[in-house]
Write a protein that binds this ligand. Sequence first.
Ligand SMILES: Nc1ncnc2c1ncn2[C@@H]1O[C@H](COP(=O)(O)OP(=O)(O)OP(=O)(O)O)[C@@H](O)[C@H]1O
Ligand SMILES: [Mg+2]
Length: 337
Amino acid sequence: MGALDIGIDLGTTKVIIYQPGKGELLHEPAVISVDTRNGQVIAVGEEALRMLGRTPGYIRAEFPMEGGVISDPMLTETLLKECMRRACESFLVKHRVIICVPSMVTEVERRAVIEAVIHAGGRKVYLIEEPIAAALGAGVDITRPNGWMLVDVGGGMLDAAVISLSGVVVSRSARFGGDKLDGEIIKLIAAKYKLLIGKKMAQQIKHEVGNVFDPSPARTTQVKGRNLLTVYPQEITVSESDIYEAIQPFGEMLVDMVKRVLDQTPPELVSDIYENGILMTGGGSLLKGAAELIEHETHVRTHVAENPAECVSVGTGRAFDYIDILQTGFSAESTYK
Ligand SMILES: Nc1ncnc2c1ncn2[C@@H]1O[C@H](COP(=O)(O)OP(=O)(O)OP(=O)(O)O)[C@@H](O)[C@H]1O
Ligand SMILES: [Mg+2]
């Protein structure tokens, strides 16, 4: 296979590699397990996810990204290398890569991403800010002098930005994403019901009865765990209302961030946003009530993009058509030597 143009969404929870004109080449959880005795990769993605918390001491299974940025450079590089090998079927050919970064990353964090891609087999690397990629992926015409507000709710971070004329005008991000809610749910279930549950169960609870807008005691789900007092397995029923206090602060943060970005937005663009509405992307935007809450609190129509978790990856692929047009939020950072 020859050199390709590929877009990469290196997220906190998943890696997606997208080829313009072809579609998704790879979609895997951003987890890797490595044998620390010889540095050999044991598993990547789905298989490594199953190993989390179940490995002997000499095997490390980890999510190498945290809060939208690289927390373990070595593991991230290995993860990217393996994903690019699988997706592009070759180590030897150097590809042109557009990869996303959150809108408020530091220079050091940007360099870390570039280094990781170059070492993993990138020839020329372009960085694109996530809101721009999300907008492109959601089908927004970003080249017009027309303001759009994008809110990306990822696993590791929240990103809210106003985009106009191919650039980011105002943005804010927080290293706090949907995954934090899983921990809050674990704490609440332990404190309220004396039941110990795992991360997977907590995520399932969030997906089924997480509601930040109009929680109802009638919408329930079954929760399995271990009773902290008797140590026996136990199953209980919890409702949206029961877990509301664990997720309500997240809703407040989301609204606060959107309001702050709106506050800093020039008036002409604010009127565009009132017209266009707010567009939500990222897997966390599927949290029930998130869009309704923002709409209720800001009085701006808010909707969730189609396939919100895939918008950024599709956008990184589409960005190849905009390389010469994109202004802020996009940069050609490095060329393989
Ligand atoms: N139906 C749902 N309800 C609530 N949350 C959901 C739902 N589906 C997915 N999520 C959450 O979305 C998050 C993952 O979103 P996404 O795939 O956009 O993250 P990411 O791009 O890997 O992370 P980041 O952009 O923060 O680096 C997870 O926290 C997941 O639990
Ligand atoms: Mg993301």
